[in-house]
Write a protein that binds this ligand. Sequence first.
Ligand SMILES: Cc1ncc(COP(=O)(O)O)c(C=O)c1O
Length: 441
Amino acid sequence: MTKYTHPHGHVFYRKMGFARPKISHGEGIYLFDDTGKRYIDGSGGAIVVNVGHGRSRIANVIAQQTQTVAYAHPTMFTSEPAERFSEALAPIVPIPDARFFYMSSGSEVVEGAIKLARQIQMARGENGRTLTISRWRSYHGLSFGALAASGRPGFRQPYLGMIHDVPHIEPPYPYRESISGVEAANRLEQAILQYGAANISAFIAEPISGASMGAVIPPDGYWPRVRQICDQYGILLIADEVLVGMGRTGKWWGINHWDVQPDILVSSKGLAGGYWPLGAIAAKGEDVALIHDKLGDFSHGGTFSHHAVGTAVGLEVLRIIQEEKLVENAAVVGEYLGQKLHHTFSEHPHIGDIRGRGLFWGLELVQDRESKAPFHAARHLAPDIWKRAFEMGLIVYYSQGCIDGVNGDVLMLGPPLIARREDVDEMVGMLETAVNAELQI
Ligand SMILES: Cc1ncc(COP(=O)(O)O)c(C=O)c1O
């Protein structure tokens, strides 16, 4: 029998052949490994770290709350941090009289939101509504329910037959498809008519496409028309703000770039800035009341839901974002990042599209700018550029498959929201070096 010895002792990770350095500590926008090497965290890990690394005030909150009480089961107790965090979040989410349900990850809140939508429909007497429509090349997580919603063929493929088959529609993709936002949104209506409105509970989508497509901004007419369609057919709109929420795009929420309110919003990643595994589902007070009136309880939960330390951390992260005006910083420094990327890459022979908002930007790599032909997926261009940048001490995020689930390489920047212009200069300079080195330019 083969013994698995490589490369991390008794631990195994997702990418199994990659011998990763051992993390030592973090400070601001930097991470350091145990050899002393410095990395600029240009993507905040997986677009998570918004208030920077090494925040002692968050460490103090964790210590204090842990000493006071770390855990009490949510079916038996509420806690001061859970209630205070919710009170602070309510005015900033685009949901009237918002109520919050906390879990530990993006996947969990996505599944919770899908269940919540279903139960709102049941409470309305719409018992036949079980389906959730989502989009191809979306990412909503890898647990079975979230994977069913996710539109990444590569992640779904090993589990086909095990995951629930939900309808997916094509996402807007202005670089490769010049249709209006209304036309792109009308695909939702087509799917509703195809599957029957009476069978559909919700539509879930990322307001700005995140990890799979790399910061694709839909045309302006898209979200208002989606809202209209959902209202017309009695379908709940779930905004997956796990990646683009909490100030990342220069507004509190991605959906705030349009004058649209979802029925349910989910947040994670930046919600606790990487200091605690935390996710939140935000729902309308009236919908929560309806479930209570008609069904009694919300049929969902988890041992670690509404965690006292997690919600205390969330509250502290929110305070830091507000006190240091980090959403505003994301808008201003983000605009500079956009300009800098355009200045550096707009004539680059292999950068086809530069897109993003606030401090979340994507660069789509192409073989040829004229034809927009992608590199063959087997070339592993985005992962190889990622590796070069990592070796140089710059952390970026990447994806393959933004065009059709297989082809289409995209690199993403999403630094902590504390980043300054000089940090942007350094990051973009290093990224240019990594891209050109890999492409031998
Ligand atoms: C939009 C979106 N939803 C959900 C998830 C899943 O979150 P998690 O990895 O915390 O389960 C992600 C993760 O990247 C995401 O980007």
